[in-house]
Design a protein around this ligand. Structure first.
Ligand code: HEM
Length: 492
C-alpha cells in the first residue's frame, strides 16, 4: 500500500518535471529572440534587471555584457540592448515608430518627458517648444548670470577650504532652474544651505520607482506608522506641491500676462505668434515645471561636478583653459556669446559628458506593431529595445582609449577620429523626437559658469578620497558613489 502511494507521488513529480521541461522546450523553440546572445538568466526573467537598477550598476554591467557578447545583447525575456550607430538610427531616428517604454511611467505624472503615445507627445511638444527656442536662451541669460555672480561669491569666501562641489553645483543648478521655471529660486546660494527640495530630489526617483514597480506594496506601506517611510513614499506628491505653490505665487505676483523674463511666463501666456497655440491647463503647467526641475538640476549639477573633478585631476587642462580664457575680455561672468565658441572649453564639456554622461543609462523603447529590424536584427513587436550612452560613448572605434578623459580627442589631435561620427555616437542628450529640449540652456549654463570660475581660480582635489567618492553609479541619472565631490579653489 505504502509502495503504491510512493509510486504515485514519484510519477506525479516526474510528470510535472516533464511538463516543465516540455514547456521550456516549446518556449525555447518558439522564442523569437533565442538567437540573440546574452546571459542565461536574462532569457528567463527580468528580476535581475530590477536588482541591477536598484544597485546603481546597470550601465556598467550592460557595458560589460556588450564587451562580452557584442553589439546586440539579450537582457531580458523580451528585452534587447543594442550599441551601434545604425541601431541608434533605427530606434531613435526622427521618422521611426518606437514609443517610449512603459518604464517611463516610473518618472511621475504625465508630462512631455513621460508621454509615451507619439501623437500625444507631438501635441504637447508643439505647445511647449517655443519655451526652449534660441530666443529663450538669450532671454534667460540674465537670470543665469545673476546666479553665477552669487556662486562666485560663495567660492570666493571659501578659498583654500574644502568644498563639497557636488552640493554647491546642485544648488547652483537648482537656483537657476527654479528661477527660470518657478519664477523664484530657493535661495540656496544666498543662504549657502541646501533646502528641503534638494533632499527630496535625492529620493523622488527611487520613490516613484517603488510606486511604479510595486504599486500594491507602495499602497500598503503608506499605512505603516513610521514617519520616515511615509516621508519617503510621499515625496512625489510634495514635489507636485512645490510646483503648485510656485505657480500660484507667480500668478498672484505677476499676473498671467506679466513680463518677467523667465520661461514660466512663456508657458502661461497666450502665444503672440499668428495661429500660435493656447497655453496648457494650469495643472499640466504645474506638472511640466515640476518635471523641469528634475530635468535641469541633477543632470547639469553633476556634469559640473565631474568636469571640475577632472580639471582638478588634470592641471595641464586647467592651464590650457586659463590661457584660452585670458584671451577673452570679461570680468566676473562672461556673456554667453563671448564664450560659446571656445575650443578648449567645449572640448572639456564634451569629454566630461562622454566619460561621465549625466544620463548614462538605457533609453528604452517598444518595438511597433509588426516588429522591426534594428541594425539587421529582426525583433518582434512589443519587445523592449534600448541603447545606453555609457556604451556608445565608449566605442573604441570612435573613441580610442575610451575610458580615459582625453579632451584633445575633440580638438585637432591624433586621437580625433571622424568628428561627425563621434558626435553621432554621443547619446547623452538622447536622440530624435525625444531628445533633450533643454540642451541649449544646459550648455549655456556650463559654458558661462566654467568660464567665470576658471578665469579667476585654480581647482584642486581636496584629497585622494575624492577619486573614490566619484566612482560612478546610476539611477537613470548619473550619481557619484560617495554622494560628494570634495575640491578646493584658490586664486590663480
Ligand atoms: C547636462 C544636462 C542634461 C542632460 C545630459 C540631459 C539629458 C536628457 C536626455 C538623455 C533626455 C531624453 C531621455 C529619453 O529619451 O528618455 C532628455 C529629455 C529632456 N530634457 Fe534634458 N538633459 C539635460 C538638461 C536639461 C535641462 C537643463 C532641461 C530644461 C531646462 C532639460 C529638459 C528636458 C526635457 C523637457 C526633455 C524631454 C524631451 C521630450 O521627451 O520631448 N534637460 N534630457
Amino acid at each position: 500500500m505504502v509502495l503504491v502511494k510512493d509510486w504515485n507521488i514519484t510519477s506525479a513529480l516526474a510528470g510535472l518535471v516533464g511538463l516543465a521541461a516540455l514547456y521550456l522546450l516549446v518556449s525555447f523553440i518558439r522564442d523569437p529572440l533565442r538567437g540573440i546572445p546574452g546571459p542565461l538568466f536574462a532569457r528567463i526573467s527580468n528580476v535581475w534587471l530590477i536588482l541591477l537598477d536598484n544597485s546603481g550598476m546597470r550601465s556598467q554591467t550592460l557595458h560589460y555584457l556588450h564587451k562580452k557578447y557584442g553589439p546586440v545583447v539579450r537582457i531580458g525575456p523580451d528585452q534587447v540592448a543594442f550599441s551601434t550607430k545604425q541601431a541608434m538610427r533605427d530606434i531613435y531616428g526622427t521618422n521611426t515608430n518606437y514609443a517610449k517604454a512603459p518604464a517611463y511611467g516610473a518618472f511621475g505624472r504625465k508630462s512631455l518627458f513621460t508621454m509615451r503615445v507619439k501623437e500625444e507627445h507631438r501635441e504637447r511638444q508643439k505647445r511647449i517648444a517655443h519655451v526652449f527656442g534660441p530666443a529663450s536662451v538669450a532671454q534667460i541669460e540674465p537670470i543665469v548670470t545673476e546666479q553665477v555672480i552669487k556662486f562666485l561669491k560663495c567660492v570666493e569666501s571659501r578659498l583654500n577650504q574644502p568644498m563639497d562641489m557636488m552640493l554647491w553645483f546642485r544648488m547652483l543648478a537648482l537656483d537657476v532652474t527654479s528661477d527660470i521655471f518657478f519664477g523664484k529660486n530657493f535661495g540656496c546660494l544666498e543662504q549657502g544651505l541646501a533646502p528641503q527640495i534638494l533632499h527630496d530630489l535625492d529620493e523622488v526617483f527611487p520613490a516613484y520607482w517603488v510606486e511604479w514597480q510595486f504599486h500594491l506594496l507602495h499602497k500598503l506601506l503608506m499605512w505603516v506608522p513610521y514617519s520616515r517611510l511615509y516621508h519617503f513614499l510621499t515625496v512625489g506628491h510634495r514635489f507636485y506641491d512645490y510646483g503648485a505653490q510656485a505657480f500660484e505665487d507667480y500668478v498672484k505676483r505677476y499676473g498671467r500676462a506679466g513680463n518677467r523674463r523667465d520661461l514660466l511666463q512663456k508657458l502661461i501666456a497666450e502665444s503672440k505668434e499668428p495661429g500660435g497655440s493656447k497655453p496648457l491647463p494650469d495643472k499640466d503647467i504645474i506638472v511640466e515645471i515640476t518635471n523641469l526641475i528634475f530635468a535641469g538640476t541633477d543632470t547639469t549639477g553633476n556634469t559640473f561636478s565631474y568636469m571640475f573633478f577632472e580639471l582638478a585631476r588634470h592641471p595641464e587642462w586647467q592651464e590650457k583653459l586659463h590661457q584660452e580664457l585670458d584671451k577673452v575680455d570679461f570680468i566676473g561672468v562672461p556673456a554667453h556669446s563671448n564664450v560659446s565658441q571656445l575650443p578648449i572649453l567645449d572640448a572639456l564639456i564634451h569629454e566630461t559628458l562622454r566619460v561621465w554622461p549625466a544620463s548614462p543609462a538605457s533609453l528604452p523603447r517598444v518595438t511597433p506593431i509588426g516588429g522591426g529590424i534594428i541594425d539587421g536584427v529582426r525583433v518582434p513587436e512589443n519587445a523592449i529595445v534600448s541603447i545606453q550612452a555609457y556604451t556608445t560613448q565608449r566605442d573604441p572605434i570612435y573613441f580610442p582609449r575610451p575610458d580615459e578623459f582625453l579632451p584633445e580627442r575633440w580638438l585637432d589631435s591624433e586621437l580625433r577620429t571622424d568628428l561627425v561620427a563621434m558626435r553621432d555616437m554621443i547619446l547623452v542628450w538622447g536622440k530624435g523626437q525625444r531628445a533633450c529640449m533643454g540642451k541649449p540652456i544646459a550648455m549655456m549654463e556650463l559654458r558661462v559658469t566654467t568660464a567665470a570660475l576658471m578665469k579667476r581660480f585654480v581647482v584642486e582635489l581636496e584629497s585622494e578620497a575624492t577619486v573614490d567618492d566619484m566612482e560612478m553609479r546610476d539611477h537613470f541619472v548619473l550619481m557619484a558613489k560617495g554622494g560628494k565631490c570634495m575640491l578646493k579653489f584658490r586664486e590663480r
